[in-house]
Design a protein around this ligand. Structure first.
Ligand SMILES: Nc1ncnc2c1ncn2[C@@H]1O[C@H](COP(=O)(O)OP(=O)(O)OP(=O)(O)O)[C@@H](O)[C@H]1O
Length: 306
């Protein structure tokens, strides 16, 4: 048993009737790490998070949480908190009453309801009924509910769902601070940019299988061709230069103002040098999708075509 791992899963399988939701999943999450779980709809993310929260038991495989093997009884392991499919809240109660009710039900030591509300930025609406809360406010309240138990492992299903940019920044700040204080997190997202902002490691699920698991730095598409948007001072001349540049393709979807080119980094460098030599100013040169997003999409395609 490796006590430096907050989660250790080996060969986890979970079926719903004929549907194989998880098909032999291995997962290692080091203590204090924020670990992202990404994948397309139906990949098995929520099912896996549900197993970590003790909401369901695996059909096969071995799961250890915070150093303790998980049995077949449905129960949240000590030190674990979080939610899947949105937090369970009472709409007719206020935010503060919801947290008080949960603390009573759990009979747990609390870090303080006011403190939890403050951490997620809900102090001003603490005495408003949850019925009137937006999706983003409910997500924050769900996080506050999880914080009440001072968890060592926090399991969150799409915590950024419904958050506006300021809300997302706030919640990311809370999660980053918790990780710095030693809380381990496993969170799911559909978005690689979320994962990039928060996580040091990521597991990509596709069709119930692990397509990749490891540090984000390893998941790089540097050696693959990427599409880049190019905006210059002279789009027509830039197109002629691009068409002449070896190893670079002008992609359909380019328009009069913006050229989309597909290239490896060396060919892209050559294009920029040629543009500058031709007196054409480069105003914008950005990947259409980030290298991580591109690697993610390529892996998903590979795995779903297997
Ligand atoms: N309770 C259930 N009964 C039957 N099938 C289920 C159940 N829960 C999940 N599934 C199926 O298991 C597979 C994995 O679903 P899961 O919800 O874990 O995926 P997900 O990656 O979280 O998807 P999404 O991104 O859409 O939330 C899907 O095919 C889904 O239809």
């Amino acid at each position: 048993m490796d006590i430096t791992l907050a989660v250790r899963a080996r060969g986890i399988t979970k079926c719903f009737g004929d549907v194989v939701a998880l098909d032999g999943i291995d997962l290692d999450v080091a203590q204090g790490q924020i670990h992202g779980l990404v994948g397309p709809n139906g990949a098995g993310k929520t099912t896996l998070l549900g197993l970590l929260l003790g909401l369901a038991a695996a059909d096969d495989g071995r799961l250890e949480i915070l150093g303790t093997p998980v049995g077949r009884a449905l129960d949240t392991a000590d030190g674990v908190a979080g939610f899947v499919d949105g937090p369970g809240l009472y709409p007719s109660l206020t935010a503060r009453q919801n947290l008080a009710a949960l603390a009573t039900l759990r009979d747990t030591r609390t870090v303080g309801i006011d403190d939890a509300l403050d951490q997620v930025g809900l102090t001003d609406v603490a005495d408003d009924r949850v019925r009137g809360f937006s999706l983003g406010m409910r997500q924050r309240l769900g996080l506050a509910a999880a914080l009440l138990t001072s968890p060592r492992l926090l399991v969150l299903d799409e915590p950024s769902n419904g958050l506006d940019p300021a809300g997302k920044k706030h919640v990311h700040g809370v999660l980053t601070r918790l990780a710095a204080e030693g809380t381990t997190m496993v969170l799911s997202s559909h978005r690689m940019d979320d994962v990039e902002a928060l996580c040091s490691e990521v597991t990509i699920l596709a069709a119930g299988r692990v397509a990749f698991s490891g540090p984000l730095s390893k998941l790089s598409a540097e050696n693959d061709e990427l599409d880049y948007r190019l905006r210059t001072s002279d789009p027509q001349a830039a197109r002629r230069v691009a068409l002449d540049t070896p190893g670079l393709h002008v992609v359909d979807g380019s328009d009069a103002e913006v050229l989309v080119v597909r290239a490896l980094v060396p060919a892209l460098d050559e294009l920029v040098v040629r543009l500058v030599k031709a007196g054409i100013a480069v105003r914008e040169l950005i990947p259409v999708v980030s290298p991580l997003e591109a690697a993610f999409l390529a892996l998903i395609e590979q795995e779903t075509n297997r």
